[in-house]
Design a binder for this molecule. Structure first.
Ligand code: LLP
Length: 428
């Protein structure tokens, strides 16, 4: 189902015309569909239930970095989601949104002392540890506060996720995780540290994966390691396969969540039956994009049209600071006019007002446009707002959640005063 579709010639979010949102809150504005979030999360929840599991044996920990708006987090929490965080700030967001810290896993290569103390204080579910040095720091800080830190090692299975190099994370040359060949000895070291409790294993091989074959290959490598650890007396309670399933940006055809989870659980069940007398292992997922990506668009207005000899530009009021993905990864986002015009189309580059040649949102799109038209930049729900910046002293966009025919402002537009509020002049 498409949550953004034309009705009476106008693009709607669920049952609400997008022009109503522009009128109420201005542009650029991120617009999310509540139903899309519910359905995308349900695809995981239903596959978990359909494969005979409950929250104790399978847990979705939504990856907060993909879209961290409190309303999004709160909605997912209400559906039973846990959270994958990568900073103390994200933990505070989860708590502010009513999320349960005991369902939080903490990933990331650079956790500092303060973040570790904060997470220990909130009794999070697990630290996904990315180096031996981090194990040592965790052991120290946990000792200081008199706790045992639950840990999992992020193992780098060295499989090729076949995605954009900037968002591929599971190869040897990436900075993430502990090399597969070193993982066993790192586990031994962890098991010997008095203030750690070894509970799991995790990996995350990359993002925007269309096929689940690399994930199942990574799973096989983790399974091998879990068995070897078991042989050495290190018993793991959970296995976290990470996130990574992609969405449709252009003509991409990602694997269906139900199919992927079905294959994954079947593999795990076979393994547990053969080697562990059917004893279950808790399975965790860290999806981000597959939950929020297609639940959001970026609504923008055409400020100027510039027709040139070699190129036509539509200069819109959204820019690379609002949606960084095209500038950073040459990512493709579909563009649709909110109202289709009955006029000859021309080929446009859709660009923003920021003073960089890299400030483009879409290239060579055939559109019939007039100044003042509204456009929707599609599939912008993941890594859109969270990667936005204030470059060029541009306030970040507003965020609106649509529920049926109702709109809710879930983040106000930033005003220039907000942007320099923390700055001060030198003394006279
Ligand atoms: N777990 C870990 C440890 C991660 O690093 C990530 C994403 C996820 C889970 C969620 O992955 P997802 O299900 O969303 O693929 N900014 C880039 C994507 C960076 C992904 C970073 N890690 C983009 O806009 O495409």
């Amino acid at each position: 189902m498409s949550y953004f579709s034309y009705r009476n010639g106008e693009l709607h979010a669920e049952n609400l015309p997008l022009s109503a949102i522009a009128k109420a809150f201005g542009t650029p504005t991120y617009v999310y569909s509540r139903q899309a979030l519910v359905d995308n999360f349900s695809a995981y929840a239903n596959a978990i239930r359909g494969n005979g599991r409950d929250e104790k044996t399978a847990l979705v920990c939504y990856s907060v970095k993909s879209n961290s708006n409190l309303a999004v987090l709160n909605l997912l929490h209400s559906m039973g989601s846990g959270f994958d965080i990568v900073s103390g700030g994200e933990l505070l967001r989860v708590i502010a949104a009513g999320g349960d810290p005991r369902k939080v896993i903490f990933s990331g290569v650079g956790k500092n002392h303060e973040e570790i103390r904060l997470a220990l204080g909130h009794d999070i579910l697990c630290f996904n540890v990315e180096s031996v040095a981090e194990l040592q720091r965790l052991n120290e800080v946990a000792g200081e506060v008199g706790k045992k830190a639950p840990i999992s090692l992020r193992v780098n299975p060295n499989v090729d996720a076949k995605t954009h190099p900037y968002i591929s994370t599971g190869l040897k040359e990436n900075k993430f995780g502990i090399a597969y060949d070193e993982a066993f000895s790192a586990y031994r070291a962890a098991a010997g540290m008095p203030n750690l409790r070894v509970v799991g294993i995790d990996c995350h091989i990359g993002s925007q994966l269309l096929d689940d074959a690399p994930l199942l290959e990574a799973l096989d490598r983790l399974i091998d390691l879990v068995d070897r650890l078991e042989g050495a007396g290190i018993h793991l309670h959970h296995l976290d396969i990470g996130g990574g399933i992609g969405i449709t940006y252009d003509k991409d055809k990602p694997v269906a969540i139900g199919d992927y989870l079905g294959r994954l659980f079947a593999r795990i069940d076979r393994w547990r039956a053969e080697k562990h007398g059917g004893a279950p292992i808790q399975v965790m997922f860290e999806p981000g994009r597959s939950i929020v990506g297609n639940a959001g668009i970026l609504l923008t207005e055409v400020e100027y049209l510039k027709h040139g000899e070699t190129k036509n530009f539509a200069i819109v009021d959204a820019a690379m600071n609002d949606l960084m993905r095209p500038a950073m990864y040459e990512a493709f986002h579909g563009v649709q006019p909110v109202r289709q015009r009955d006029a000859a189309a021309r080929t446009y580059d859709i660009v923003g007002p920021v003073c960089e040649s890299g400030d483009w949102l879409a290239r060579e799109r055939s559109l019939a446009l007039e100044q003042g038209d509204l456009l929707a930049i599609l599939s912008a729900g993941a890594y859109g707002m969270t990667m936005s910046s204030n470059y060029n002293t541009r306030g970040r966009a507003a965020e609106v959640m649509v529920d049926g025919d109702k709109m809710h402002l879930i983040r106000k537009r930033e005003e220039p005063g907000d942007l320099f509020r923390l700055e001060s002049l030198l003394p006279a």
